[in-house]
Design a protein around this ligand. Structure first.
Ligand code: NAG
Ligand code: NAG
Ligand code: NAG
Ligand code: NAG
Ligand code: NAG
Length: 384
């Protein structure tokens, strides 16, 4: 066994050395048709979200526990926040603002902390989808850029159009992305969590449309590709469609997102969508709303021949959670959607339980066991 293994290792090393430009041998996850590959084999995207792993002052032991718990569900991929914009230094943060000037935090509470997140994920063979800002006002986000550069209360959507704001965001993205250019633990970058024309406040310019955000996506995704050709780039959106004839806000373009137009952008490698029927007011038949939402995004995946991820979903325990999740996981797997990440991971760490917004899945609970079952099914589908 040992001899065979080392011969194989030598053969692989020789092969990749002889063919250094072969992207299949780089060790980076690739998008390929409607799926993902790693070193030429199917790569299954199954896992969870842990926005908090790099934001709650965890030591490396707790980071290990976090990823160990997710790996034990069969998880391969975790989505996390690569941002926290503050105006007063406190806790873990990545950028400190003073007036219109932002300073990147490269230190132990900043990017060095994120280095620890990456190292812990790598130990458990988990790859990270890293989201680089937020539509909402948790952990800073778009409104901090707008408020600091243009003045408090200026329209949220100036984030997408103002050249100074775009330059400031690019400066941040460059610092973050450049640090991990050759790090295979990074699955990919996301431009923002749930970008929309409106944010946490109701100030908008009144001129933001799906075209506004699509243009920004073109600019920002091309910018990341100009720095980093190793990693995938996605959006991080909820997946709203833009059908002028629809009277349903999830489908009518009113949120500023045109899922299909955005998936068509050359420098976007994969699509993303979320599912929250209750918080979205789509609760007449929540299971069916989600099933159709998954199928419609799966159809876009086929049309544009790019993988699409259901990268967040949640209903509460008392909202028929078990039946809903079984239904949706099955729809993902049977329908051919590329992959799925649940919102959100939970762990019991040194200082107690990790944050719970009502959706957290702690180890050895019903849904945790369900994840083990469906991760195996998704891998079996992809490897068949
Ligand atoms: C925001 O919404 C509140 C409550 O609906 C309203 O009173 C206020 O005028 C709105 N502000 C703007 C700028 O639209
Ligand atoms: C909207 O409906 C009209 C009338 O049925 C149809 O002609 C048109 O193609 C539809 N537009 C879209 C974008 O589906
Ligand atoms: C829960 O889901 C199951 C399966 O779809 C359905 O038959 C049942 O009516 C749902 N129960 C409630 C309370 O919504
Ligand atoms: C983990 O934390 C959750 C949420 O507080 C709790 O319900 C659960 O019992 C804890 N599990 C263990 C093993 O401590
Ligand atoms: C979950 O259960 C397994 C199997 O019984 C056990 O080995 C593991 O320690 C448990 N995990 C946690 C976090 O309690």
């Amino acid at each position: 066994m040992t001899l065979c293994a080392s011969l194989v290792t030598l053969a692989l090393a020789a092969a990749s050395y002889a063919n250094p430009v072969s992207r299949a041998n780089t060790g980076y996850v690739q998008a390929s048709g409607q799926g993902f590959t790693l070193n030429g084999e199917p790569y299954t995207v199954f896992g969870s979200n842990s926005y908090w792993v790099g934001l709650t002052e965890l030591d490396t032991t707790d980071m290990d526990t976090t990823f160990a718990n997710i790996a034990a569900t069969g998880g391969t991929t975790v989505r996390t926040w690569g941002f926290n914009d503050v105006t007063t230094a406190s806790g873990d943060y990545y950028q400190l603002w003073d007036g219109s000037t932002a300073t990147i935090n490269y230190g132990a509470t900043g990017l060095e902390n994120f280095d620890n997140v990456v190292a812990a994920a790598a130990k458990y063979n988990i790859r990270l989808i890293v989201t680089l800002t937020n539509n909402w006002d948790n952990y800073g986000g778009m409104d901090v850029y707008v408020d600091q550069i243009l003045g408090e209360g200026q329209p949220h959507d100036y984030f997408y159009t103002n050249s100074e704001v775009i330059a400031a965001y690019q400066n941040y993205v460059k610092a973050f992305v450049s640090r991990y250019l050759t790090e295979p633990t990074i699955f990919g970058w996301e431009l923002a969590n749930e970008p929309r024309c409106t944010g946490s406040t109701n100030a908008t310019s009144g001129t933001c449309t799906t075209t506004t955000i699509t243009e920004w996506i073109k600019t920002m995704s091309a910018y990341i590709k100009s720095i980093d050709t190793n990693h995938l780039v996605g959006l991080g959106d909820e997946g709203w469609f833009n059908d002028a004839n629809s009277t349903d806000y999830a489908y009518d373009g009113s949120q500023g997102i045109d899922f299909n137009a955005n998936l068509a952008v050359d420098t976007i490698d994969f699509g993303t969508f979320h599912v929250y029927p209750f918080t979205w007011g789509e609760d007449t038949d929540p299971i069916e709303f989600g099933t159709e939402w998954i199928e419609n995004h799966r159809d876009s995946q086929a049309t544009y021949n790019k993988p699409v991820l259901m990268e967040e979903f949640g209903v509460f325990v008392d909202q028929n959670q078990t039946e809903t999740y079984e239904n949706w996981y099955s729809t993902v797997i049977d329908g051919g959607l590329a992959g799925v990440l649940i919102w959100q991971a939970g762990s019991n760490l040194t200082n107690g339980a990790t944050p719970d917004d009502g959706f957290a899945i702690y180890p050895n609970t019903t849904i945790y066991y369900m994840e083990q079952d469906y991760s195996a099914q998704l891998k079996a589908r992809n490897d068949a």
